[in-house]
Design a protein around this ligand. Structure first.
Ligand code: PRX
Length: 656
C-alpha cells in the first residue's frame, strides 16, 4: 500500500503555553513525561491500572486480581473480587464532601431556562428515583430503557439505575418507535423512562407518543414512567403510565447503594454493526468507570474548578462517558445542552461558553464544519477566554476545520484534543494530552496510557511494526473500559471483534501511522458509515427499505460529504406492480419510520436494476464511484452479470 501521502510535512502545533499564572499546570506536562508514563503503563499494566483504580475509585471491597483472561478466549475481567457502586462514586462521595458544588448545569433549548443542580440535590433526586424503581419491584440485573431528551432527569435516571445495579439501556431520543421497540425487546426491559415531550431547536418532539407506539409490542414492559418536560396534554393511561413527579414525591431521599462486583453490568448501549440488527454493547461497572474517569481527567486535563461542556447527546456513548460518568466520577461540573449549535443563532455554543465560563469544550467535527460555514462573525463578541482545551470526537476532522477551531475558537491558545474511540472502547483510546503531546491537524496523535494500538496488514493480519504504514487498527492487549460482550450474543462479540485477527481487538477502522508514530484514522472498513458523527449501518438502512411493500432490492452506500463525513445514498428497485405508485419521498419516510430522521438517506435513486456479480452479489463499490461522480474509476466491470446497466445508472445520478 502506498504511504507517500504520510510523508507530507504537516505543521506540528506545539503544546500551548499556560494562559495565565492562575492556569493550572497540566497533569502530564511534557512529551518526555507522557512517554515515560506510557511506557510504564504498557510494561507493567497491572501496576499501572491497579494504582489508578485504587486512586480514582471508591471501593466497598478492594480487588485482588487486576486483570485476567485475554482476547484469545474473549473472557477478560478487571478488578475481580472488587466491590463498588458507580453512583456512590459519581455522587455520594462528592455530595458528602461538597454538597453545594454544582454537578449539572442544564442549558435548556431556550437560552433563558438554565438550571443548576448541586451534588447534594442530585443525590436526593437519584435516591428518590431509586426508591421509586424499587417500589416497582425492579432489582439488580433487570433492564430499564431510558428514552429521554437532554434534561437533568436523564442523568438522574442513569444514576438511579446504577445505584440499584439495574442495567440501563439508553435509546437516543431521535430513534423512531420501531427502533425503540426493537431495543426494548432485545434487552427485555421492564420499564421505560421517558418524557411527555422533548424540545430541540425550537421544535417539539412527541416523545411519549413514540413510546406508546413502541411499547404496544413490548410485553416485558410493566410501566412507563413519564417526566413532565413541557406540560402539554398527552395520552396517559394510569396505572401503566406513571408520572415521575408524583412517584418521586412518595419516596425518601436516601437509598442505600447496592454493592456491585467489578464485572457486574453497568449499562447496555445499542450500536450499529455490519448486519441489520443493532448490537447491545455491554459495559461493566469498574472497568468502564475507571476508563471514563481516567480519560476525563487526563485527556481533558480536568482540574477541580473547571466547567466541562460536552455537546453530545446522552443517547450516544460520548454522552454516557463525557457528560455523565467521567465528569461526575471526578466530582466535576458538567453541562447538559438540550439544543442545537444553531438555535436560536449560530452563536449558541459560544454564548454558552461565555455564560458558564466553560473550560473544556467538546463537540463533533460536523458541528465545527457547520459553524465555520456560518462565518467567524458568529464567534466574535463572546468571551471565550475561559477555554483551555477544545476537543472533537466521532469522525476524522479535516485540517481546515481543525485550523478554524484552533484559531477562531481557541485563539491559538487552547489545546485541541481529537479523541478517537468507539461505543465499544468505552473511553478515548487515541488522543493528545493537552499539556504534553504536540498536535497535527487531522491526527488523533498517540495512544492513551495502557492502550497498545497496532496496525495490521488487512490481508495477512501481520503486525506492521514500523512507522509510515497503512493498515487496519487493532489493539493488542485488554484494557479496563473495553465492552465485555454483546448482550445475549457473546458469539457475535467474539466474531465481530476478536476472531478476525486472532489475539487482537479489531476496531473496524483503517488507519495510518506516520513517521512520528502518530495515528491517522481513515474510516471504517466494514459496512458501518459515519454520518455527522452518527454511526449507522448500511445493512440496517437496507433492511428498513426492504420492509417497504414496494421495494424489491436496496443497496445503501456512504458517499463522501464535506459537511457530514459521509452522506447516505440509496439505490432501490421496485416490485413491478408498485413502480408507478411509489416515489423517493415514500422511501425516505420509510427509513425515518423504521430507524429515525437522522438515518434518512440524502439521495434515493429508484432504478431498474442494480449492478451484481454473476453470483448475485450487489457491487456497492461501483454504486459508490457513480455517486461520487468518479465514473472513470469504476475498475473492472467484467465480473458484472450485466455491465450494460452502468450507463443508465450514471445518467440517473448525473441528472438527479
Ligand atoms: O470510525 C470511527 C469513528 O467513529 C466510530 C465509532 O463510532 P461510535 O461507536 O458511535 O462512537 C463515536 C464516539 C466515540 C469509530 O470506529 N471515530 C470516532 N472518533 C473518531 C473517529 N474517526 C476519526 N477520528 C476520531 N477522532
Amino acid at each position: 500500500m502506498s504511504t507517500d501521502h504520510l510523508n507530507i510535512e504537516v505543521m506540528l502545533h506545539p503544546v500551548p503555553e499556560r494562559l495565565t499564572p492562575s492556569t493550572p499546570t497540566p497533569y502530564v506536562n511534557s512529551m518526555e513525561q507522557y512517554q515515560k508514563l506510557y511506557k510504564e503503563s504498557i510494561t507493567h499494566p497491572t501496576l499501572f491500572w491497579g494504582k489508578l483504580a485504587k486512586d480514582m475509585l471508591h471501593w466497598h471491597k478492594p480487588f485482588e486480581t487486576v486483570v485476567s483472561g485475554g482476547f484469545l478466549e474473549g473472557d477478560v475481567t478487571w478488578f475481580a473480587e472488587g466491590e463498588l457502586n458507580a453512583t456512590y462514586n459519581c455522587v455520594d462521595r462528592h455530595a458528602k464532601e461538597n454538597p453545594d458544588k454544582i454537578a449539572i448545569i442544564y442549558e435548556a433549548d431556550e437560552p433563558d431556562q438554565s438550571r443548576y443542580i448541586s451534588y447534594g440535590v442530585l443525590l436526593r433526586d437519584v435516591c428518590r428515583l431509586a426508591n421509586t424503581l424499587k417500589s416497582l419491584g425492579l432489582k439488580k440485573g433487570d433492564t430499564v430503557a431510558i428514552y429521554l431528551p437532554m434534561v437533568p432527569e436523564a442523568v438522574v435516571a442513569f444514576l438511579a439505575c446504577a445505584r440499584l445495579g439495574i442495567i440501563h439501556s439508553v435509546v437516543f431520543a431521535g430513534f423512531s418507535a420501531e427502533a425503540l421497540r426493537d431495543r426494548i425487546q432485545d434487552a427485555s426491559s421492564r420499564l421505560v423512562i421517558t418524557a411527555d415531550e422533548g424540545r430541540r431547536g425550537g421544535k417539539t418532539i412527541h416523545t411519549k407518543k413514540i413510546v406508546d407506539t413502541a411499547v404496544k409490542e413490548c410485553p416485558t414492559v410493566e410501566h412507563v414512567l413519564v417526566f413532565r418536560r413541557t406540560g402539554s396534554e398527552i395520552p396517559f393511561k394510569a396505572p401503566y403510565d406513571l408520572w415521575w413527579h408524583e412517584e418521586l414525591e412518595k419516596h425518601r431521599p436516601y437509598c442505600v447503594p447496592e454493592v456491585m462486583n467489578s464485572e457486574d453490568p453497568l449499562f447496555l448501549l445499542y450500536t450499529s454493526g455490519s448486519t441489520g440488527k443493532p448490537k447491545g454493547i455491554l459495559h461493566t461497572t469498574a472497568g468502564y468507570l475507571l476508563g471514563a474517569a481516567a480519560t476525563f481527567k487526563y485527556v481533558f486535563d480536568y482540574h477541580p474548578n473547571d466547567i466541562f461542556g460536552c455537546m453530545a447527546d446522552i443517547g450516544w456513548i460520548t454522552g454516557h462517558t463525557y457528560i455523565v460518568y467521567g465528569p461526575l466520577c471526578n466530582g466535576a461540573t458538567t453541562v447538559l445542552f438540550e439544543s442545537t449549535p444553531v438555535y436560536p443563532t449560530p452563536s449558541r455554543y459560544w454564548q454558552i461558553v461565555d455564560k458558564h465560563k466553560i473550560t473544556q469544550f467538546y463537540t463533533a467535527p460536523t458541528a465545527i464544519r457547520l459553524l465555520r460555514r456560518h462565518g467567524r462573525e458568529h464567534v466574535e463578541g463572546y468571551d471565550l477566554s475561559s477555554l483551555r482545551v477544545i476537543g472533537t470526537v466521532g469522525e476524522p476532522i479535516n485540517p481546515e476545520a481543525w485550523e478554524w477551531y484552533y484559531e477562531v475558537v481557541g485563539k491559538k491558545k487552547c489545546a485541541i484534543v481529537d479523541t478517537y474511540w468507539q461505543t465499544e472502547t468505552g473511553a478515548a483510546i487515541i488522543s493528545p494530552l493537552p499539556g504534553a503531546i504536540p498536535t497535527k491537524p487531522g491526527s488523533a496523535t498517540l495512544p492513551f496510557f495502557g492502550i497498545e494500538p497496532v496496525v495490521l496488514d488487512p490481508i495477512t493480519g501481520q503486525e506492521l511494526k514500523s512507522n509510515n504504514v497503512e493498515g487496519v487498527l487493532a489493539v493488542k492487549k485488554p484494557w479496563p473500559s473495553l465492552a465485555r460482550t454483546i448482550y445475549n450474543n457473546h458469539h457475535r462479540y467474539l466474531d465481530t471483534y476478536l476472531s478476525q485477527y486472532k489475539g487482537y481487538y479489531f476496531t473496524g477502522d483503517s488507519v495510518g501511522r506516520d513517521k512520528d508514530g502518530y495515528y491517522w484514522i481513515r474510516g471504517r472498513v466494514d459496512d458501518v458509515i459515519n454520518v455527522a458523527g452518527h454511526r449507522l449501518s448500511t445493512a440496517e438502512i437496507e433492511s428498513a427499505l426492504i420492509t417497504h411493500e414496494s421495494v424489491a432490492e436496496a443497496a445503501v452506500i456512504g458517499v463522501k460529504d464535506d459537511l457530514t463525513t459521509n452522506a447516505i445514498h440509496a439505490f432501490t428497485t421496485l416490485k413491478p406492480r408498485f413502480a408507478d405508485t411509489t416515489d423517493e419521498k415514500d422511501l425516505i419516510l420509510q427509513v425515518r419510520k423504521v430507524i429515525g430522521p437522522f438515518a434518512a438517506p440524502k439521495k434515493i435513486y429508484i432504478v431498474n436494476d442494480l449492478p451484481k456479480t454473476r453470483s448475485g452479489k450487489i457491487m456497492r463499490r461501483i454504486l459508490r464511484k457513480i455517486s461520487e461522480k468518479e465514473e472513470d474509476q469504476l475498475g473492472d466491470l467484467s465480473t458484472l452479470s450485466d455491465p450494460s446497466i452502468i450507463p443508465t445508472l450514471i445518467e440517473k445520478v448525473r441528472n438527479s
